[in-house]
Design a protein around this ligand. Structure first.
Ligand SMILES: C[C@H](O)[C@H](O)[C@H]1CNC2=NC(N)=NC(=O)C2=N1
Length: 106
């Protein structure tokens, strides 16, 4: 049975617990984590992969030496939904466990 999604506004998304440093740009939520090196980036990417498979909900990831970039939206609706809120919160928690800060967007 297909999952039902609840679209959320940008304000609702960033007001959700732990998501204050994410941004909503159009139909995607975005954040960058300052991993500081490639090995830490790989560790974060692997954790995100585990969370995504557990949730059957998948972000777009950019892995570079100093950072991991994340873009997250619900393909099935073309919007940001409650599934994105839940996955973003889980990602934010594992980044905190790895001691990886968010890059504060200027
Ligand atoms: C068939 C499979 O369950 C769907 O395609 C899932 C897979 N992962 C997904 N990930 C994201 N971000 N959005 C979706 O709508 C989505 N749908």
């Amino acid at each position: 049975m297909a999952r039902s999604y609840q679209t959320v506004t940008a304000e609702e998304f960033t007001a959700a617990a732990g998501l204050g440093e994410w941004r909503v740009e159009g139909d995607q939520a975005v954040v960058r984590f300052r991993t500081g090196d490639f090995v830490t980036g790989l560790a974060l990417v692997n954790e995100i992969g585990r969370l995504a498979e557990e949730a059957n909900h998948h972000p777009d990831l950019t892995l570079s030496y100093p950072e991991v970039g994340i873009r997250l939206g619900t393909h099935d609706t073309g919007t940001v939904t409650d599934a994105d809120v839940a996955l973003a919160q889980a990602i934010t928690a594992v980044a905190q466990e790895l001691g990886v800060p968010v890059v504060a967007d200027s």
